[in-house]
Structures are given as C-alpha cells and as structure tokens.
Design a protein around this ligand. Structure first.
Ligand SMILES: *[C@@H]1O[C@H](CO)[C@@H](O)[C@H](O)[C@H]1NC(C)=O
Ligand SMILES: *[C@@H]1O[C@H](CO)[C@@H](O)[C@H](O)[C@H]1NC(C)=O
Ligand SMILES: *[C@@H]1O[C@H](CO)[C@@H](O)[C@H](O)[C@H]1NC(C)=O
Ligand SMILES: *[C@@H]1O[C@H](CO)[C@@H](O)[C@H](O)[C@H]1NC(C)=O
Length: 491
C-alpha cells in the first residue's frame, strides 16, 4: 500500500548543523540524507531532466535582417528539435539557503529547418530557399537552487533560483547560398541560445513543481496493518547543513481510526541522531525507542495481547495427565481433563534500546483452565516477567524483529488448587514460552515496521546500529523505476 518517503541518514558531521536547530515538536523518527544520498538523487533528477528534454520542440524563430549586397532578407528557423544532450559534470550541494544543483559543460545538439526569402529591385520575383541545419550549443551552465521546508507537516519544494547560460554555438548548414551562414549566425546565434535556455528553465520549473505536488501528496500516515499506522507527519524545520539534509517526523504509531488519544510519551528530550559508523552510506533513519513503545501501547489498548492457547507442540501439556507429577493435586481433582492456557499481557511490553542491545520486558499472566464439559474452570494463575533480547534486520524496506528468551521470573498470582511447586513448573513454563509464546510474538514481529522510504526506492546494504534509546538504519538505496509518479514527474 503505502508509498513513503524517506530515509534517514546519519552523517558523520551532524554536530555542525544541529547547533542551529530548535525543535518545538518531539520527533521520534528522524531522517537524513548524506552527500552520497543527495548525489544519488541528483543523478536520477539529471537523467530525468535530460530524457524529458530530448525531442523537445522549440518555438520557431524568425527575423528580417539586412545582408550586405543581398538586401533585406526574411529568415525563419522552424522545427527546432533538441535531439541530444550531454552533461559531463553536475554537482549538488546542500547549504543554509537551500540545495543547489549545477550542471556545467553541457552540450546540446539541435536540428532545424531554415528558410529565407527576399526580393530586390533588380529582380522583381521573390527569391527563396530552404534546407536543414545542425546546431550545437556548447559549454552551457545550468544551475538551480531548491528551497525545502516543512509546510503544515508536508514537505514543500520551492524553486528559488534557476538559470542557464550558453557559452558557444556552432552551426552547420546543409545547402544554402554563400552569404547565408554568416547571416544566420549573426541573426540567430543569440536567439537560439536564449531559446535553449528558456526551454531548459521552463522544463525544470515545471519538473520541480511536479516534484513538489508529489511530495505534497505523500500521505501523513503509513498503514502498518488493519489497525495501526505510523504517523509520518513532518515536524520542525528541515535541517539544511553543508553536508546533509535532515528531516524529522512524528514517527509514532497511531490508530488507523484516529478517535483515541494516544500515549503519554511527550516528555522526551530530543537527542542527536546516531552516527552511522560508515559515513559513505546514502542515508539513515533514526528511530527512538518511543516508536516501538507507541506500537506496544497501541496493540495493548487494542486488546490484541490476550490469547487462548489450545494447541501446542507438546499436546500432552494440555491435559491434566501431562501435569500429574508437576501439580499432583490438579490431576487428582480433574483426572484426564483437557486444559487451556490463557495468556494475557498485564501491561504493554517495554522496549529498551541501549548500546549494541535491544531488549523487551513483557509482563504477562498465564491462567491455567480446566475444561469440563462446556465449562471452563480457571484453576491457577502465574505471573510472568519475560526478558527478551530483540534482534533486528531489514527485509525489503521493513524493519523486522525477532525476540529471543533471555530470562524470566514467575510467581503464583492465585490458585484454587493449593500451593504450587514453582521449581517444578518453571522448566515447563520455559518450554511453553520458547515453543508457544515467542513463536506467536515473532510471527507478529516478522511483518515488521515499514520504514518511511519513498515508494520505488529500496534499501541496499543496510546496517543497523543500536545506541542509547535509539536504533538507526544506515543504508544505501537503489531506484527500481517502479514508481511511475516519481519517474515521470519531470516531463
Ligand atoms: C522536423 O524534425 C524532425 C526531427 O529532426 C524530423 O524527423 C522531421 O522530418 C522534421 N519535420 C519537417 C517538416 O521538416
Ligand atoms: C553534436 O554536434 C557535434 C558538433 O556538430 C557533433 O560532433 C556530435 O557528433 C553531435 N552529437 C550527436 C550525438 O549527434
Ligand atoms: C501526527 O503527528 C502530528 C505532528 O506531531 C500531530 O500534530 C498529529 O496530531 C499526529 N496525528 C495523530 C493522529 O496523532
Ligand atoms: C561502507 O558502505 C559502502 C556503501 O554501502 C560500502 O561500499 C563499503 O564497503 C562500506 N565500508 C565498510 C568498512 O563497511
């Protein structure tokens, strides 16, 4: 379903820009695009711009000019078509005023038809001729500056400055009278230059405004499943430093039906993004542990965290006979009865991320039910505190996780069958956690969290870094061309 933008990146030289950055709004997912990432995007944009200019028709140019000896001649250039553009070098540079992109040494080949006519007092009939010409525009500089800002939670792209400059033009005529070459050069050199400049500037302006509409149309919520979305509303100013562009988004999980207020997580102090250890990655995405905790709180609210276990790998544990030696009084009271286990979380799982480690503490109650005819009789309840270690990886553009059991504590909450010998029950519960609880949790976690990446881009060579209370994905991206809207914005 959801397209979305952005990547984060984390850059080696964040300190510089962050000094000027005054957040008013908490941001739990931040994104930054490094110079390498900007270079990658620029290459895409330059290639799109080139292909959109190929076959472009420029307006006809006409002029009446005085040619020595011949007199006043009416000349027209028509069917002026750009058929080849070569951009030997281009650069992108972020800075405080915006992102500037320059292309230099650009050459542009055009073909056109020429036509002239004149009459003189010597010959009373009109004289005319026509033919083809090839023009090469050389050494052109094209530059533009883009402003990027947060406008009510969406990105606004503005063309702040756009210009081009032609250095040299060479013209090759096919046929024509001997005076014609110099006549065309004198009359049209400048006009051809400015026609090409205008065409390029107009195309770029249109392209940027399409790209802007595209950014504006990006949804502020990325659906995660039927019930939840990730709030990817942009918050705070776009951070433009001289080595990267940074964005911040709210980044918390929200209900897809936005009726319930969420989460009291708004008293966190913004921290600097984690640095990618490899600064040549194109981008990084930093997620605060609050993102995971907002998911956890939301699923807890949604009462997803309660389930009845009536099928397990060792099915003998769902009959009192299987517990004969562990809880003898249970077997005695309900011999050979089928059982259920009801597991419910007593509070939302708490995710904690520290250096090199992510962990989750899960507080759960496990109720043992005995089934008698169509009656369910709860007989005992054990409280569990499960400590898991989280492992993260990237699958497609999703951050997926899995939990491994580290340790757990248990205590008897209540019992209708007298005291239980917890040391006997412990290994059984460990097995249940390993074979029932964790696989259930990991099935959910394996769907993962969609990272806010523009549709059509995919993460490559991603690396996950854990730091105090945050997780960063440092990655390169590739463009799959499957995003038609992005591919054709500049036409
Ligand atoms: C106009 O230019 C195109 C491309 O160079 C060429 O294919 C076409 O024949 C030209 N049309 C006329 C009427 O000269
Ligand atoms: C562009 O024009 C130049 C000069 O006329 C010529 O050398 C070059 O081959 C042309 N490029 C293409 C792709 O036709
Ligand atoms: C999404 O985040 C924005 C910015 O923080 C906030 O104003 C908005 O209320 C959030 N949306 C929901 C549904 O919580
Ligand atoms: C850093 O990342 C780049 C781009 O993904 C990769 O080519 C390079 O091998 C990485 N270097 C190290 C030391 O991991």
């Amino acid at each position: 379903m959801a397209p979305f933008l952005v990547l984060l990146l984390i850059v080696s030289s964040l300190n510089h820009g962050y000094a000027q950055f005054h957040p008013q709004n908490e941001a739990f997912i931040s994104l930054s695009i490094t110079q390498n990432g900007l270079d990658f995007v620029k290459e895409l944009l330059v290639n799109k711009a080139i292909s959109s200019l190929i076959s472009l028709q420029l307006p006809n140019i006409e002029k009446t000019t005085k040619i020595p000896i011949v007199g006043n001649v009416y000349m027209v250039l028509s069917n002026i078509t750009i058929y080849h553009i070569y951009v030997p070098s281009s650069h992108v540079k972020p800075g405080e005023t915006g992102i500037s992109i320059t292309a230099s040494g650009v050459t542009c080949n055009l073909s056109m038809n020429w036509y002239y006519s004149y009459s003189t007092w010597l010959v009373p009939v009109e004289i005319s001729d026509k033919g083809r010409a090839e023009v090469q525009v050389k050494g052109m500089e094209v530059g533009l500056t883009l402003g990027l800002e947060n406008q009510e939670g969406s990105l606004k792209l503005k063309l702040k400055d756009c210009g081009s400059n032609v250095k040299d033009i060479s013209i090759k005529l096919d046929g024509g009278a001997s005076w014609l070459y110099q006549g065309i050069v004198d009359a049209f050199e400048e006009k051809i230059g400015s026609a090409v400049e205008n065409a390029i500037t107009k195309k770029l302006t249109k392209g940027i405004s399409r790209l802007d509409s595209y950014l504006k149309s990006l949804p502020k919520e990325v659906p995660v499943d039927d019930h939840t979305s990730l709030n990817v509303t942009f918050v705070n100013d776009v951070l433009l430093s001289d080595s990267f562009v940074g964005f911040e988004t709210n980044g918390l999980f929200i209900e897809r039906n936005p009726s319930l207020p969420i989460l009291d997580l708004y008293n966190k102090i913004l921290k600097l993004p984690i640095l990618c250890t490899n600064s040549s990655k194109m981008m990084g995405i930093t997620l605060d542990e609050a993102v995971f905790n907002s998911a956890s709180a939301l699923y807890y609210d949604a009462k997803f965290m309660h389930w009845i276990v009536d099928q397990i790998p060792d099915q003998s544990l769902l009959n009192t006979a299987g517990w004969r030696f562990i809880i003898p009084q249970l077997y005695k009271k309900y011999p050979n009865h089928d059982m259920n286990l009801e597991i419910s979380l007593s509070s939302p799982p708490v995710v904690e991320i520290s250096n090199h480690k992510a962990g989750a503490n899960v507080f759960a109650d496990m109720t043992i039910d005995v089934l008698e005819e169509d009656e369910v009789i709860p007989v005992a309840c054990i409280s569990l505190v499960i400590q898991g270690t989280g492992v993260f990886k990237i699958s497609g553009n999703n951050l997926v996780g899995a939990v491994r059991l580290n340790d757990f504590q248990m205590s008897l909450k209540w019992s209708k069958i007298g005291n239980l010998r917890m040391y006997l029950i412990q290994p059984v519960v460990w097995t249940l956690i390993e074979t029932v609880f964790l696989p259930h949790a990991n099935t959910r976690l394996s769907k993962g969290l969609p990272l806010p990446i523009l549709h059509g881009f995919i993460l490559q060579n991603a690396e996950i870094i854990l730091s105090t209370s945050r997780l960063a994905v440092c990655s390169d991206v590739a463009f799959t061309e499957s995003n038609k809207r992005f591919s054709y914005f500049i036409q």
